[in-house]
Design a protein around this ligand. Structure first.
Ligand code: AMP
Length: 286
């Protein structure tokens, strides 16, 4: 399906567009992204297309979710390619806001914070990251008046936090999680993969291989956090340019981290730097 996707850059214009759509009885699906779209993003846009009458995709590299030493400036961007992909997936609007239109009173104004869940896993190595995510997603939900918002399980902690946030705030938007999309060789698709050298790209395969090794042990009966974590760690550390930030096993709903024995339902989550590129991945063990 190829449609004419309209680009909107101004927050007020998006709000008016959504208001009109809502007034004419249409349901609205929102797909928030940081752009440089790949098949993982497109799976969300297609799901939104199936579920809602009007599909809004947002492309915004949100400064408040990046730490001072992180890759905000070097994050890949390609507006034209994103527009073409949105058209091919049938998105009605591509919202590409400026920082000023989304943060009209500057970047240290009103925050939305999910306290406990936001401080563990990625939140431990990226202080303030989930506060930035929750804040910008709240803005996007308000502006788009979305009935449904789609997020990938690739960012499992983010999805869990946003579900919790929507519940806590009585947000009318239904948060919909979609499966993680991988390259044929197992690497989790990510906009950041383009920054890997060919050699680092090979080394990055150790993330999904490590997760698979842990899952295999779990399925063979292993229940020790230490043994399962070690299985993944050994594979990742065998690659020379990798630096593990964390490998954790958690409850899939609450994200409570297991420290000793793993129960029946569990997910392994990890963050690893491959060279200068920080990658995340996760896999259900059950
Ligand atoms: P990002 O542009 O990386 O912020 O991602 C925007 C949305 O796309 C988030 O909900 C991500 O979880 C989702 N996403 C990114 N990569 C993937 C993937 N490989 N599979 C599924 N969803 C993804």
């Amino acid at each position: 399906m190829t449609v004419q996707t309209q680009i909107i850059r101004d927050a007020q214009k998006l709000s008016e567009f959504a208001h009109q759509a809502q007034k004419s009885g249409k349901t609205i699906g929102l797909v928030p992204t940081m752009g440089y779209l790949h098949e993982g993003h497109l799976s969300l846009i297609r799901a939104a297309r199936q579920k809602a009458d009007v599909v809004i995709v947002s492309d915004f590299v949100n400064p408040t979710q990046f730490g001072p030493t992180e890759d905000y400036a070097t994050y890949p961007r390609d507006e034209q390619a994103d527009l073409e992909k949105c058209q091919s997936c049938g998105a009605d609007v591509l919202f590409i806001p400026t920082v000023e239109t989304l943060y009209p009173n500057g970047q240290d104004s009103t925050w939305v914070e999910v306290s406990k869940m936001g401080n563990i896993l990625c939140g431990a190595t990226r202080p303030g990251h989930f506060r930035g995510v929750a804040t910008v997603v709240t803005k996007l939900l308000w502006l788009s008046r979305a009935d449904y918002a789609f997020f990938g399980e690739k960012d499992y902690q983010q999805l869990t936090i946003l579900r919790r946030m929507a519940q806590d705030l009585g947000c009318p938007t239904k948060i919909i999680g979609m499966p993680l999309v991988r390259e044929a060789d197992g690497l989790a698709m990510s906009s950041r993969n383009v920054r890997l050298t060919p050699d680092q790209r090979k080394q990055a395969l150790s993330l999904s291989q490590g997760l698979k090794a842990a899952r295999e042990r779990f399925q063979n009966g292993a229940r020790s956090v230490r043994e399962l974590t070690q299985a993944a760690q050994d594979i990742i550390q065998a690659q020379k340019d990798t630096a593990i930030q964390y490998i954790s096993i958690a409850d899939p709903d609450s994200l409570d981290i297991f420290t000793d024995t793993v129960p029946e339902h569990a997910i392994m989550l990890l963050a690893v730097k491959v060279g200068a590129v920080r990658l995340i991945d996760n896999m259900r063990l059950d």
